[in-house]
Design a protein around this ligand. Structure first.
Ligand code: NAD
Ligand code: UDP
Length: 334
C-alpha cells in the first residue's frame, strides 16, 4: 500500500516514514527540502532497510503533484509539508498563507480527482488559542494570535468542508502538542536552522556548549514552579499516531489530539535533561515571550478510544534521545 508523505524529509515526516515502513507500507515522499535535506531519507532507508521513493517537488505545484498521483496507485496521503515557525509567520504572513493553504488545496484536489480517499493532516494545538487546558477536540476554536495558527485552522476547515461535500473521504486532523526527541538509532532527529526557537533543541545546544545558557521565558505563570507548562510528546510516539490514524477508516473528518495528556514545566524539563544525561544546563529567567500561554496540554481520551493509540515514552526518554541525536549530529557535522 503506497502512502504519499508530503514533507517526509522533515522532523516529524522522517520519523513517520520509519513507522510506516516498519508497518509494511510503501512510502513515497514529496519534499522540496526548503527546511530539510535529502540525506535524511537515506538515513530512513538505512534504519529500516527499505526503499523510499522521493520526488523533489513543491507541493503547491499542482502539475507536479498530479504527476505523482498519475504515476502511483496511492492508498492515502499524509500531508506534513508546510512552514512552521510561529514568529516568522508574523513577519511573513503571505508566505505562510501561500505555502500552507495552497499545499493543502492542491493535495485535497488531487485526492479528489484521483479518488485517494484517505488524508492525514498535520494540525497543531495552536488552534486552541489561549483557553484552559486540557484541550479537548470539541472546544470552540478561538482566533489564533499568529498567521501560522490561522493556516492550520483554515486547512482543517477546508478538509472538513471537503468531507461534507464528498462522503467517500476519511480525513484525520491531527493536532500535535510538543514533539521532541529523536529516533533511538540516533541517526535522525530535529534539525533546527540557526538559533532554535523551541525548548528542547535550545537545551541540546546549551548542553553542547554552543549556547551559553538557556533563557527561561517567565517564572510567574500559575504553574507548579511558575515556568510554562507543555505537553511534550516523543516524536516516535507521534509517528505511530499517524499509522493509527491511517488505519482508522471512519468516513468524514475527525480531529484527534496527539499528546501524552501530561504537562511538564520548563524547569522540570531542564532537571530531567540534567539527570538523564548527566549534564549541567545553566539557565537565566528572562521576560515572558510575547504570545506565549502558560499551560498547554491535551485531553487524549479520543485518540485512545477511537485510534487505539497512546503515547508510551516519557520525558526522560525524550531527553535521552534528543541528546543522543545531537551528539551524533556534531560527530558527523550534519
Ligand atoms: P519540518 O520543517 O521539519 O518539515 C516540513 C517539511 O516540509 C520539510 O522537509 C520541508 O522541506 C517541507 N516543505 C515545506 N513546504 C513545502 C512545499 N511547499 N513543498 C514540498 N515540501 C515542503 O517541520 P515538522 O516539525 O516536521 O512539522 C511537520 C508538520 O507538522 C508541519 O505542517 C508543521 O506545521 C506541523 N506541526 C509541527 C509541530 C512541531 O512542533 N514540530 C507542531 C505542530 C504541528
Ligand atoms: N521556552 C523557554 N526558553 C526557550 C524556548 C522555550 O523558556 O528558549 C519555553 C516556552 O516559553 C514554553 C516552553 O518552553 O513555555 C515550550 O516552548 P516551545 O517554543 O518549545 O513550544 P511552544 O511554545 O510552541 O509550545
Amino acid at each position: 500500500m503506497n502512502i504519499l508523505v508530503t514533507g517526509g524529509a522533515g522532523f516529524i515526516g522522517s520519523h513517520t516514514c520509519i513507522s510506516l515502513l516498519e508497518s509494511g507500507y510503501s512510502v513515497i515522499v514529496a519534499d522540496n527540502f526548503c527546511n530539510s535535506e535529502s540525506k535524511i531519507l537515506e538515513k530512513v532507508m538505512e534504519i529500516t532497510g527499505k526503499r523510499v521513493i522521493t520526488y523533489e517537488i513543491d507541493v503547491t505545484n499542482e502539475e507536479q503533484v498530479n504527476s505523482i498521483f498519475k504515476n502511483h496507485q496511492l492508498e492515502a496521503v499524509i500531508h506534513f509539508a508546510g512552514y512552521k515557525a510561529v514568529g516568522e509567520s508574523v513577519n511573513k504572513p503571505l508566505d505562510y498563507y501561500y505555502n500552507n493553504i495552497l499545499s493543502t488545496l492542491v493535495i485535497a484536489r488531487a485526492c479528489q480527482m484521483y479518488s485517494v480517499n484517505k488524508i492525514v493532516f498535520s494540525s497543531s494545538a495552536t488552534v486552541y488559542g489561549d483557553q484552559n487546558s486540557p484541550f479537548v477536540e470539541d472546544m470552540n476554536l478561538l482566533p489564533t494570535t499568529n498567521p501560522y495558527g490561522e493556516t492550520k485552522a483554515m486547512s482543517e476547515r477546508i478538509l472538513m468542508d471537503m468531507c461534507v461535500s464528498d462522503s467517500r473521504f476519511s480525513v484525520a486532523l491531527l493536532r500535535y502538542f510538543n514533539p521532541v526527541g529523536a529516533h533511538s538509532s540516533g541517526l535522525i532527529g530535529e534539525e533546527p536552522r540557526g538559533i532554535p526557537n523551541n525548548l528542547m533543541p535550545y537545551i541540546t545546544k546549551v548542553a553542547k556548549g554552543e549556547l551559553e545558557n538557556l533563557n527561561i521565558f517567565g517564572d510567574n505563570y500559575s504553574t507548579v514552579d511558575g515556568t510554562g507548562v507543555r505537553d511534550y510528546i516523543h516524536v516516535m510516539d507521534l509517528a505511530k499516531g499517524h499509522v493509527a490514524a491511517l488505519q482508522n477508516k471512519k468516513n468524514g473528518a475527525h480531529v484527534y489530539n496527539l499528546g501524552t495528556g501530561y504537562g511538564t514545566s520548563v524547569l522540570e524539563m531542564v532537571k530531567a535533561f540534567e539527570e538523564v544525561n548527566n549534564i549541567n544546563i545553566p539557565y537565566k529567567i528572562v521576560d515572558k515571550r510575547s504570545g506565549d500561554i502558560g499551560v498547554c496540554y491535551a485531553d487524549v481520551t479520543k485518540a485512545s478510544r477511537e485510534l487505539n493509540w497512546e503515547a508510551q515514552q516519557n520525558i526522560r526518554d525524550m531527553c535521552r534521545d534528543a541528546w543522543r541525536y545531537e551528539k551524533y549530529r556534531s560527530s558527523v557535522k550534519v
